[in-house]
Each structure stands twice: as C-alpha cells, then as structure tokens.
Design a binder for this molecule. Structure first.
Ligand SMILES: [Ca+2]
Ligand SMILES: [Ca+2]
Ligand SMILES: [Ca+2]
Length: 852
C-alpha cells in the first residue's frame, strides 16, 4: 500500500495552529476562587452536593469549556456511574491557596467513616488532581470507591476519543456492556430506597467500562471540546463508562478506582482541557422572541465576554414582504457594566414603532426575526391552556389528534402512607397519620381530578392551590372563553384541539378542584401530596398509565400476582397526610376562589368547594388557638391573609374582611415584596382608605423594583439558588400588573414588560424563549415527562437561568435533565397564563388609548 499525503504540510500546520496548547495561558486561580484562563475554567467544589435532590450534576470539580459547562461531579464516588439518589460525599473543608495555585477539599462519607482529600493544582496547561488518604480505604468500599469525573453526553455527541492511541466514537445512545451482581454487594441508595426494579431477584446492574487505558483524549478533532486526561499512577487505569445504561440522565464517566491498603497520595491524574488562544465568547444578543408592542420600550441586552468590549452601534433591520432588509434604525450601544462573569451593554430601539418583522444586527451578527405589532401578546397563553395543562391531567386518558399522550393512570389511588417514614421528593411522615386511616389502609375516592406536579407524576396539593388561584384570577379578570379541549369524565377522556362547548379554563379549574375536594371529603383535610411508594416507580419516563398497575393492592396475593381485579404488587400511590396550618389556609383560599368560578358551571362542585373552604378555616381557627406552633412561618401567615381575602370575596362575610385588614399591613410591614401581590389584589373589594394607605407601600415597592436595575442589566429579580427564577419573575411582573392597574402614576406598564421580555428571551446565557412554542425561538428541550426523547410539551414555562456558583448562568438546550433549569410545574404554568393574558389586555389598552 502506498501512502499519499492528503494535504500539504503548510496546510497541515494551518489546520493545527488554532488548537495548539503551547500558545495558551496557564490556569490560574482568580478572585472568584476558581482556575481560569481564556476558554477554560475549572471549578473545585464551588458548588456542593445537596440533601434535597442529591446528585443534581451541578457539584464537585466542574469544567466550563469555551463558555459551556461540559464536566461535573469530579469527586470520590462509590459507583461507576452514580445516579441521582446514590450516596453523595459531604464537603468537610475547602481551602483555596492562590500562592501555590491549588485548591484542597476534604470529603466525607459519614456512613462509612471514610474521609479523603483531593488537591487540584495548576500544572502545564491543565491541572493535576491528586487524592490523599490518611487511613486505608474501608474494606466495604474496596473496589467501589474511585475518583470520577463526568462529561456531558450532549457535548460529545458525534465526536470521537483516543484511548492510548486507540480510536473510538462516543455513542449517541447507550449500548455498552453491563453485568448483574447480588444485592449484597450494592452500596445502598438514599434512605434505603432503590431506583432499580429487580422483580424480586435481589440483584443489581453494574455498567462495564467501554474503554480503558492510561491516557484518554476526548474529541481530539474539536479544539473547543478537546480534553487530555492521563493517569499518572502506575496501577490505576482510566475507565470510561456510559451512565445512561442505568439512568437516562447519566453522563459519560471517567473513573479510576482507589487502591486498597494504601495511604498518602493514592491517585494522580493530569487533566488538560485545550484552550483556544485569545478565545472570546460570541456575544449573546438578548431580546424578546415574542416581539414588542409598538408603544413599549424595546431594549436588547448584549452579553459580552469579559475580554470583549461593546461596539459603538447596532442596527434594527426590517424584513420586507419581498425578502429585502431595510435598516430602520441605527443607534448607540450603551455600556451597562459587569454582572456575574460577563460585560453588558444595551441597544435601545424603542423609537421604531411601525408594525413589521425585524432583526437586530450587531457587528457581523444577525439575530432571528421577531415582530413589532399590537397583536404580539394576543395568543401567547394558548399553548399552555390548549396543550400543557391537558397533558398534565391525572386520572384521564389524554389524546391529541393521532397521538395518545397517556392513558387514564392511577385508578388504584390511594393508600394511607405509613408513619415514621422518610420518602423521596421531599415527602415524609411523622409518628401519626393525622387521619382516621391506619398505615397502608385504602383511602377511597381519590382517583379523580388533579394534575401531574411537574416532570414527575405526583399530586402536590400546594401547587394545585397556586394553580387554581391563578386560573380563577385569569378567568375573572380576562374572561378567557377559549374552547379547544374536550373533557369527558364518563369515559375519562380528554381530547386536545377539540371544542366541546365549555371554556377550557373552567374545565381545568374543575379538574384541580375535584382532587382537592376529594382530599378534604375523604381524608378530612388537604394533604402534602400523593406519590408512588417506590423510588423505582418515581423516576418513571413514559406513559403515566404504566407507573402503577392500575389495580388496587391486595395483600392476599403475591407480588406481581393478579386476580384481574386487584394485585399483590405494592405500587398504589400513598397519600402523605401530615396536616399543616399553611396548607389548610392555602387550600381554603383556592377552594373559596374555585367556588366562584364554578358557580353556574358545576354547581355541586362549587358548593362543595365553599363548604370545604369554610370548614378548613373554622377548624384551623380552633386548632391554632390550642396550638400556637401551628402558625410559625410568615409564609403560613401570608396564606391565611390570602385565604381571608378569597373567602371574603366569595361570601362577603365581614369576619374575613376584618382578619384580612388586620393581617395585611403586618405582612407588608414585614416585607413589602412578600405581601404586595395579595394586598393589591384586594383593592377592588376594599374602601378608599385602604387604597390610600396602600399607596405608601407601593411607593416603597417601586424603590425596590428600581434597585433591580442596578443589580443586573435586566431589571428583574434573578434567583441565585438551586432552582431557576422564572417563577419569581412571573410573580414580579404579575404584581406589577396589579400595581399598574391601581397605581399607574407610580408603576408604569414598563415594569410588567420587563418581566415579560425576560422570560421570552431577554435574559442571560442565550436569547431563547423560556415558554415552549411561544416566540420565534423557544425551548425545544425541557424536563417534562417526555424528556427521555429530548422533547417538550408546548406551553410549558421552564425555571430558566440557574446560576452555577460562583458566577456561571446556565440554561441548557441540548440536555433536558437539569430540573433546576428545565422542569415545568403546574403552579408556574397557571401563573404564566395569568401574566400572558394580562399582557394581551395591557397592550390592547395601549392601542386603544395611545397612552402608557
Ligand atoms: Ca413532585
Ligand atoms: Ca372545552
Ligand atoms: Ca396497584
């Protein structure tokens, strides 16, 4: 065989140049406490694992590679491919040593009395990661404890690797070798739960490595993703695993086992992420994908690499009917300053008011097209009510044209949850059931109504309260008569895009209310929630109808045995029946509101709702008198205020008004932010003195709103915690809608539009609309129950931007499995419907009066 050079030597050098390591700056610890060079950041436990959702794939040693977070979970772990509920290490200490350019952490697995130390030090163009043990590995962890680093599958799809020079390709879908081991060898998961349905075989699955060697180079062909990892410990191989064999949200894991019977430095890796010299992140041009009402302010935010500076000007182009581009406006780009890790500038094109299609040009970048029109907000809530809500409907089959979203699930609801039990998803039971039912006794009448909470399938009563209150407000305020859903309770059948003569919003209010009333009637009070008993059911992905066998549990049959009417499999959902004052009041508020909306639509349910609401109010009143601890949290007190208001609006009974007026000022004095929404909603039902007194609080509230403009370039409250903040932004904009309605001289409509622009694309990281199917470019990958297909449910609003500590805002669009970024919830979607309808009404009024 003859070898013919494919390309000339000169060209070859040209190809190689951009990726060469030798031009790069070294990784140095910056003032934010992480390793940094242009194009590469390495975080060392800037974020810890948490005890609520365990492994969220946002902790340990992490890599931000050319602006994208591609690796996480660098830590001592006890599995080849840890799942969400596997044991997580606790961070004992973290020391940043800038002088020696190293960060040291100590980790602990309390249960095994096992501590380890990891020291990460800048070396060459990467870092050296060394693991130290003071005591030899506990016997039980031998062959199990290792150092892991996890790489995001989506970042390596359609890319290759070299292991000791041997080539391979990253799998698009998992299909690597696994083996079975006896359960005795398994390190138990959180609180003894298990994610694996072993069908009684007492075994578990262990994924095998799909590549093993001393040196692994990831994506040698892609300078943005190329990472070289070398094991510098003679006996320690690098093994490459695919976590998706066990869990769809698994990552590619590189791992070395720790040796038994050794102390001191037991493992050393070199990790060298390629850095493109003088790399600059492409500017993100952030604007509303839905477009703009002609009269509103229109400002794009330009997010720049910190080594980048703003261009002087940007332009707005119109796209004409014959496909031509016309520059309609050229304006200054104003520098805003620094927020988190980026520089920000703004481009104001408010003066363009002519209806049409437009795009922004900044330098040689051109955005996608968006409209300016009086109609941009007219139908933005339709996908949420037409599609998202029906798909979440529990106890019903849901059909859409040729597609069945799910069969009628959970007809085997529900059993009383056992006492003294630590469950998952935040559920637990104390020493008493607080009901007339014995542990695991059947509670009748619960297989009706309700919505799947979020990306999971439990009924969470608190979010039902939030949803029903918002849907009733939207119905009463905006008379949303839209009819695109068919609901037939006799056959438990829902059909999408099929009118049935009944307003869909009332049908949704009815559906949520049915389950809450069933709880109060059959249990005596609302419950925290209703959720499957087994963790191996809980992570269900697929048709909800298969999460249980839909047959009531029968203890006289063996597991997986059925007589056709019942089954011996303990899979019926459990009702977690703890009673709290805050949930009682919240439910009373929701049911009091629902009773108004349902009057004349479903009179029986309307009456039942009100009598349940009054019963809860009266019982709580007497319970709180005997037990003052029932009412500690200010959140709970605010819910009592909400409850008093809703009961007053429904009944006009002065005792509720008296309680509301007593409590509302207390709440506002505690926090203007916290109490403002409820206080404003009461305006139409209170006298002039009330409004006069509230005015001073609205002035204070405005000052807080204006401060957001100093905190970030978007002028909205941005969450910094473990869950993205779109819910807060929607509530903020909704509060501003009410404030604008009653105090327009203090709060202008722009305070509403700020929040709307944010959720539709004027936010950090990208310019995607956070509501699937709303706006030109919107979320196509979300954490719904169809997430295994990297898909979405139209109309869902995601949590949006998660700020990964200390300074990295993120919302992944190629990976659905970050719930804090991509999980859609019932309460969030109902709140969105209200805000979206409010925007439509506001823009309509602007149009008719020509004023703001
Ligand atoms: Ca849940
Ligand atoms: Ca309908
Ligand atoms: Ca069952």
């Amino acid at each position: 065989m003859s070898k013919r050079p494919l390309i000339s030597a000169a060209l070859l050098i040209a190809f190689l140049l951009p990726g060469l390591h030798s031009f790069c700056q070294k990784l140095t610890i910056n003032d934010s406490g992480y390793f940094e060079t242009r194009g590469v950041n390495i975080f060392v436990f800037s974020s810890e694992y948490n005890g609520m959702f365990f492994d969220e794939k946002t902790a340990g040693i992490e890599l931000i590679h050319h602006g994208v977070r591609t690796a996480t979970g660098g830590a001592i772990r006890l599995q080849n491919t840890p799942e969400q509920w596997d044991q997580i290490p606790k961070l004992v200490s973290r020391k940043v040593d800038k002088e020696h350019n190293s960060i040291a952490v100590e980790l602990e697995y309390e249960k095994f009395h096992f501590n380890s130390k990891i020291i990460v030090t800048g070396k060459g163009n990467g870092v050296e990661i060394s693991v130290y043990l003071d005591k030899p590995l506990p016997e039980i962890l031998s062959g199990k404890a290792g150092f892991n680093l996890e790489f995001l599958p989506a970042s390596y799809f359609e890319k290759t690797y070299l292991v000791d020079g041997r080539p391979g390709g990253f799998p698009l879908y998992p299909a690597s070798q696994t083996r079975i081991e006896p359960i005795s060898k398994k390190i138990t998961q959180f609180a003894g739960h298990t994610t694996f349905d072993d069908r009684g075989r007492k075994e578990f699955i262990v994924p095998s490595a799909f590549a093993t060697g001393k040196t692994i180079v990831l994506a040698p062909e892609d300078p943005e993703r190329n990472v070289k990892i070398v094991s510098e410990t003679p006996d320690a191989d690098l093994m490459l695993f695919d976590g998706r064999n066990l869990a769809q949200n698994g990552w590619f894991v590189i791992r070395s086992l720790l040796p038994s019977n050794k102390t001191g430095k037991v493992l050393t890796w070199y990790v060298g992420p390629n850095a493109i010299s003088n790399w600059k992140r492409t500017p993100a041009i952030e604007f509303s994908q839905v477009g703009y009402n002609p009269e509103q302010e229109k400002t794009a935010v330009i997010e720049l690499d910190k080594h980048d500076s703003a261009l002087k000007t940007a332009s707005l182009f119109e796209v004409t009917a014959d496909g031509k581009y016309i520059e309609k406006w050229k304006g200054d780009v104003r520098v805003w300053g620094r927020y988190l890790r980026y520089n920000y500038a703004k481009f104001d094109f408010s003066s363009v008011r002519e209806p049409g299609l437009y795009f922004i040009r900044y330098g040689d970048q051109k955005t996608n097209v968006f409209p300016i029109s009086t109609t941009v907000y007219n139908d933005i809530w339709h996908p949420t009510l037409d599609v998202w809500f029906p798909v979440q409907m529990d106890h019903m089959e849901v059909n859409e044209a040729y597609r069945v979203w799910h069969g009628a699930p959970f007809l085997d609801d529900a059993l009383q949850a056992p006492v003294n039990h630590q469950h998952f998803d935040g559920y637990s039971m104390g020493p008493s059931t607080q009901t007339k039912y014995k542990p695991l006794e059947r509670i009748p009448g619960l297989a009706v109504g309700g919505w799947f909470d979020a990306g999971d399938f439990d009924i969470q009563t608190g979010s039902h309260c939030d949803a029903v209150i918002s849907l009733v407000a939207a119905w009463e305020k905006f008379q949303l008569n839209r009819d695109e859903t068919f609901v037939d309770y006799a056959t438990r059948y829902v059909d999408i895009h099929r009118p049935d003569g009944k307003p869909d919003i009332l049908q949704q209010i009815e559906h949520g209310t049915l389950n809450m009333v069933a709880q109060v009637k059959n249990i005596g009070h609302p419950v925290r929630g209703i959720v499957v008993p087994n963790l191996h059911q809980y992570h269900h992905l697929g048709d909800a109808v298969d999460e249980t066998d839909n047959l009531p549990y029968n203890s006289h049959l063996r597991a997986y045995e059925s007589d056709g009417k019942s089954s011996g499999t303990m899979d019926d959902r459990w009702a977690f029946t703890e009673r709290t004052a805050s949930l009682d009041y919240y439910t009373a508020a929701a049911l009091a509101a629902a009773s108004r909306a349902l009057k004349g639509f479903d009179d029986t349910l309307s009456k039942q709702s009100l009598s349940c609401a009054e019963k809860l109010w009266d019982e709580e009143d007497s319970l709180s008198n005997t037990d003052t601890s029932r009412f500690a949290a200010s959140f709970g007190r605010n819910l009592k205020t909400t409850s008093a208001l809703q009961l007053y609006i429904t009944t006009k009974d002065e005792r509720y008004a008296k309680e509301f007026k007593r409590a509302v000022w207390q709440t506002l004095d505690g926090s203007v932010m916290f109490g403002m929404a409820t206080a404003l909603q009461a305006c139409p039902y209170m006298d002039d003195d009330y409004k006069k007194k509230l005015r001073n609080y609205v002035v204070k509230y405005k000052a807080i709103c204006d401060d957001f403009d100093k905190q970030n370039p978007y002028g909205v409250p941005i969450a910094t915690g473990g869950w993205g903040g779109d819910g807060n932004v929607v509530k903020f904009a909704t509060t501003n809608y009410y404030a604008n309605a009653f105090f327009p001289d203090i709060i202008s409509s722009e305070y509403v539009y700020k929040g709307i622009n944010y959720i539709f694309g004027c936010h950090p990281y990208s310019n995607i609309s956070f509501v699937s199917s709303v706006g030109t470019r919107s979320k196509k990958v979300t954490y719904g129950n169809n997430r295994a297909n990297f898909s979405f449910i139209a109309g869902g609003i995601v949590p949006g931007i998660l700020v990964i500590k200390p300074d990295f805002p993120e919302n992944k669009e190629d990976w659905p499995f970050f719930w804090g970024e991509n999980e859609v919830t019932v309460g969030g979607c109902a709140d969105y419907i209200f805000l979206a309808a409010a925007a439509g009404q506001m823009a309509g009024e602007d149009r008719s009066t020509g004023t703001k």
